[in-house]
Write a protein that binds this ligand. Structure first.
Ligand code: 13P
Length: 256
């Protein structure tokens, strides 16, 4: 049985005081409610260690993750953060291949494969993002695009490595636009992705792989999206920056 994962990608938002306040409020929420999902927060990496320590001190089960890592192991790469460093400050997860990184930093399948390798070597769970653009969706190319994004990257992994991966399906046209995939569209794509995993790694791996949906998930649409059989959680941007919205999405995960 796949337990849902609700993950907040804070992107480049919130200064130190704002971030500390929100994280402390989320811990408070998690401690005082019976939640049925794993919860993770992906703040700017500067805050990771502090968040990790706060979660430990308060005996919270909220995990923390980074939004990106270097494709290199270590060395003269000014401004980069190695996967091993991210691990050493307590992160459990790291996003790879978010569409904003693919677009603004021209991250190719080759770079993303390197990043996934670095994360697995460092014992961090990669949350591998994939998703089609509006033009791809309009020309009905979404399955082709996703196939290509997975084929050149995580589908190169061994079964043992692949079992550690979380996939996030994030249609680019739904990110930050307020347009959400209809629950059936999300379900179709998640089922398609699980089918690809099945053909590549078999039934047991496919049924254990968590596939999150991301793209304007809000309290008002979360329940319907999260009740689709192949939607195993959410990767939430804007709504993760508001305590009430994020906690309402966590609450939308029923016991199953
Ligand atoms: P929004 O929830 O703001 O659309 O962002 C989704 C996202 O990019 C999460 O990684």
């Amino acid at each position: 049985m796949r337990k849902k994962l609700i993950a907040g990608n804070w992107k480049m938002n919130l200064d130190w005081n704002e971030a500390m306040t929100l994280f402390a409020e989320l811990i408070q929420y998690e401690k005082s409610n019976d939640t049925h999902a794993d919860i993770a927060v992906f703040p700017p990496s500067l805050y990771l260690r502090h968040f990790y320590e706060l979660a430990q001190d308060r005996k919270s089960s909220i995990s923390v993750g980074a939004q990106d890592c270097s494709a290199q192991v270590k060395g003269a790469y000014t401004g980069e953060l190695a996967a091993s460093m991210i691990h050493s400050v307590g992160a459990k997860y790291c996003l790879v291949g978010h569409s904003e990184r693919r677009e603004y930093h021209r991250e190719s399948n080759d770079i993303l494969s390197e990043k996934v390798e670095r994360l697995l070597e460092a014992d961090i769970i990669p949350v591998f993002c994939c998703g089609e653009s509006l033009a791809d969706r309009d020309s009905d190319n979404q399955t082709f695009v996703i196939d290509n994004q997975l084929d050149g990257t995580i589908f190169e992994l061994s079964t043992e490595q692949f079992e550690k991966i979380v996939i996030a399906y994030e249609p680019v046209w739904a990110i930050g636009t307020g347009k959400t995939a209809h629950p059936e569209q999300a379900q179709d794509m998640h089922a398609f992705i699980r089918g690809l995993v099945h053909s590549k790694y078999g039934e047991s791996v496919a049924s254990n792989t968590r596939i999150l949906y991301g793209g304007s998930m809000k309290p008002k649409n979360a329940k319907e999206l999260l009740s689709q059989p192949d939607v195993d959680g959410g990767l939430i941007g804007g709504a993760s920056l508001k305590r009430d919205d994020f906690s309402a999405i966590i609450k939308a995960c029923s016991r199953s």
